[in-house]
Design a protein around this ligand. Structure first.
Ligand code: DGY
Length: 438
């Protein structure tokens, strides 16, 4: 284990560009929003100071409306498409930040977890380290609240406690079967010519989204550019608009974490009250999507006007937010541990696949259509620990570490063989290992 931790630390150093850590060396040579949060979680046990720098870089690219963009582009680094020119944020978006080049969409709000881990680790150190963490919190508190306020306002205009996404990339689970029907209704117009860079790095195209999927991904960018990335315009015009129950659950939890941090650090009472309120509103929003007996959660397609029920890891959203009644929660935990997910008899490791192996949508190699993502294993192990389910948390951690012991730090893994897929040397996979062993 100490050797594995050393290798993970070495990997993060290798991916360190100075003030940001690339999500992966070749496939993702920039900073991604939720990757950066997980990276900070992995850096915290190594260096609180460096973890703070990571979040500082991300937050300095925050948009004027409060959005944290999904990509912060590293200066002068090529090899990723769509890059800053294709997004066109600097020219089109009045809300885009001045100094930095970013994409024009967002990603799941896991950042409060990173702030909490940084504060936790800083307490194990001397006064100087604690002061660095506290100074960071004081300086960035208003930005963190602004970020949450933007999600609660701009992305939940109907105030039903569910976050709306205008691009599948915003879910972080790009090609999950969750989005298939919503994408089927996206009629792609003329997309300016492009060359995919991802297939130059992951040469087995079967592990990545298809060209058809990419055409739609890029068409949505064109729609966003027409809307000049204005929040109200996007709501009115985007042909893809879904309420993501997983993001909503993460947001509820993140609001609660931030509220508790705010209480512990004497932040403005009005901020804390608002955060508690959002935590509750989104918890209810998540629960309102669930099946009463199974507890499974669903997304909602705003354009199609229909619920989306697919057997993916997102059905477990209520385990993250809490709020189910006892019976339904037990049932959902049984599904998590049973043969449809972690307990499937052919799985190499007892960790949750992104899509259930018994689902007709399941593809063992294809990105979010089946493979196991170690960072998701980490998220559930952390959430379970937080909810007081120590044994379950421990099991996910030990299975996750067994999987990671191959040393590839892959982005995702084939569930049955355990073969590493996608990008190797993925920063957030190393971060998960570091937190588990830290
Ligand atoms: C990619 O390029 O595959 C990313 O997941 C999009 O953010």
């Amino acid at each position: 284990p100490t050797q594995l931790a050393a290798r993970a630390a070495y990997l993060l150093r290798g991916n360190d560009l100075g003030t940001m850590t690339s999500a992966a060396p070749r496939l993702y040579p920039h900073m991604w929003s939720w990757d950066a949060a997980f990276v900070a979680i992995g850096l915290a046990p190594l260096s609180v100071e460096r973890a703070v720098v990571e979040l500082d870089t991300l937050l300095s690219a925050q948009w004027r409306n409060g959005m944290i963009p999904h990509i912060v582009f590293a200066n002068g680094v090529d090899g990723y498409f769509p890059g800053p020119a294709r997004w066109g944020c600097r020219d089109l978006a009045a809300n885009a930040p001045l100094g930095m080049q970013t994409s024009g969409i967002t990603q799941p709000p896991v950042h409060a977890i990173a702030v909490q881990r940084i504060l936790d680790h800083s307490r194990r150190h001397g006064r100087t380290t604690r002061a660095i963490a506290e100074e960071f919190l004081d300086r960035r508190w208003p930005d963190l609240v602004r970020w949450h306020r933007w999600l609660a306002h701009a992305r939940d205009t109907s105030e039903n406690g569910r976050i709306t996404l205008f691009h599948g990339w915003e879910s972080g689970m790009d090609n999950s079967p969750r989005w298939d029907t919503a994408y089927a209704n996206v009629i792609a117009g003329a997309v300016p010519a492009y060359t995919r860079e991802d297939l130059a790095h992951v040469t087995d195209a079967a592990q990545r989204p298809t060209n058809r999927e990419y055409d739609r991904y890029l068409w949505l960018l064109e729609e966003m550019k027409t809307a000049r990335y204005e929040d109200t315009e996007l709501s009115a015009t985007m042909s893809f608009a879904v309420e993501d129950v997983f993001v909503s659950a993460v947001f509820s939890m993140a609001c609660e974490i931030l509220a508790i941090i705010g209480e512990d650090h004497s932040k403005p009472r009005s901020d804390v009250r608002e955060l508690h309120y959002w935590a509750e509103r989104f918890r209810k929003g998540v629960i309102s999507t669930t099946d009463q007996r199974s507890g499974a959660a669903r997304d909602y397609d705003l354009r199609g006007g229909n619920w989306i029920a697919t057997d993916t890891i997102a059905i477990f959203a209520p385990l993250i937010s809490g709020g189910l009644d006892r019976e339904a929660e037990r049932a959902l935990l049984r599904t998590f541990e049973g043969p449809k997910f972690c307990g499937h008899p052919d799985l190499r490791y007892a960790v949750p696949p992104s899509t259930s192996p018994v689902s007709k949508d399941f593809r063992p190699f294809e990105y979010w259509r089946g493979p196991i993502w170690p960072v998701m294993t980490w998220l559930f192990s952390w959430v379970f620990a937080r909810r007081g389910w120590a044994e379950r948390a421990h099991l996910l951690r030990s299975e996750g570490l067994r999987q990671a012991s191959d040393g590839s730090f892959a982005e995702y893994y084939e569930p049955f063989t355990g073969n590493p897929l996608g990008s190797m040397q993925q920063s957030w996979t190393a971060a998960a290992v570091l937190d588990w062993l830290g």
